[in-house]
Design a protein around this ligand. Structure first.
Ligand SMILES: [Zn+2]
Length: 172
């Protein structure tokens, strides 16, 4: 079984000055400098990271906003439910979660409808994604379906999983 390294969040600035994507400050980096900065992370390394998320710095009024999002308890409950689903799915095997599925399990549990498959194939070509990124997208989409309580992976989950390849999209 493939040994997996990154169960951990890692972070990097969006550009050398750190302001790219910020609404408050203007990035002064040239496109070439941004590309050079980001290309220091190799494709094979990015391929091993399941989820890429861009976070823009918060403005002062956003930090002071006291309205609450979904509670951590509610999120926890949903995650626990998805984890239980995965334990049931892989009962009797050494696999514990979607991230560790082997090829045969992926064939069984990551089936896509014809339209969704076509959309994913299009995205892979357009974004020039690697076979490994394709694999990551399917695993993440399976988990998103589990979180949503869906038996099958739908187009929505695949689209969301593709969104999480943002560094692939920007770099390659
Ligand atoms: Zn910058």
């Amino acid at each position: 079984m493939e040994r997996r390294w990154f169960y951990y969040p890692i972070s990097m600035a969006t550009c050398p000055c750190g302001h790219l994507g910020s609404l408050q400050r203007q990035c002064r980096c040239t496109p070439g400098a941004v590309h050079h900065y980001r290309s220091r992370i190799s494709g094979p390394l990015l391929d091993r990271i399941d989820i890429h998320v861009d976070l823009a710095p918060l403005a002062d009024h956003q930090m002071l906003d006291r309205r609450r999002g979904e509670s951590s308890a509610a999120v926890r409950e949903r995650v626990c439910r998805a984890r239980t689903l995965q334990q049931q799915r892989f009962a009797g095997t050494r696999v514990r979660c979607n991230a560790d599925m082997d090829g045969q399990m992926m064939d069984s549990f990551c089936q896509l409808g014809q339209d969704t498959r076509g959309m994913l194939r299009f995205a892979i070509t357009e974004l020039n994604l690697s076979a490994r990124a394709y694999d990551r997208i399917l695993r993440v989409a399976r988990t998103l379906a589990d979180l949503a309580g869906e038996a099958n992976i739908g187009a929505l989950q695949v689209q969301e999983a593709i969104q999480y390849r943002s560094l692939d999209r920007q770099m390659w």
